[in-house]
Design a binder for this molecule. Sequence first.
Ligand SMILES: [Zn+2]
Ligand SMILES: [Zn+2]
Length: 261
Amino acid sequence: MLIDSHCHLDRLNYETLHKDPKQVIDHAASQDVNYMLVVSISLDEYQNMRRALDEYPNLAFSCGVHPLHAHETPIEPERLRELGGQPRVVALGETGLDYFYSPQTKEQQTQSFIEHLKASRELKKPVIIHTRDAKDETLELIKKYGDPDVGGVLHCFTEDYDMAMQAIDMGYFVSASGIITFKSAKKVQQMFAKLPLERLLVETDSPYLAPVPFRGSENQPAYTRQVAEHLAELKGISYEQVAKATTANFQTLFGSIESCR
Ligand SMILES: [Zn+2]
Ligand SMILES: [Zn+2]
């Protein structure tokens, strides 16, 4: 089985493409994707997401504020701890730094990221880190405020091998998304070919970034399958090996999936 370690299941198009989340979850199961971590992008959205998805089994949740939303409302540390402490929440985030899309909000992103790292340390729940064009700053903040025993994941990772290995050395995992199937992403492919399998996760980041051959259409958790198959190809190993390793890695990081059912 596969686990989609990062999706925004609440943000798929339920008006015209899917009947309801159950249909999406069932389709994922038909592709060997039996569990998913649903990631929040703001504290208000977190609450809406829980209301919409709480009834479904085989889901875990994260609670946090996306770096590109960090400037909208000042980070509320108490509320983050309170909501982040709820049952079925296995991670804080997604948080991090995105200097590619929003260099003008560096200060708010940094503050927010620090609060997530502090909350992660206190709640003993890993962080989901979104990082783009902010290599040194991201590593520095992880080192200073992160808890190596709790760790986290650099999700949808597209930066460089050196950054990935520095994070891995600090106890973190790295997650591959549909980007590894893009012909234009040669560097990312070469990097994932080299990264140690025992530190990798797979994800869709759906509804964004659908892998080949679905590129351009809406992404969904079922397509974790294409990401895993492509990762296997890059590493010259079998799909089963990727599935087994990434499912085990997920549980090493976020805890047994049994407890979330
Ligand atoms: Zn992200
Ligand atoms: Zn995301």
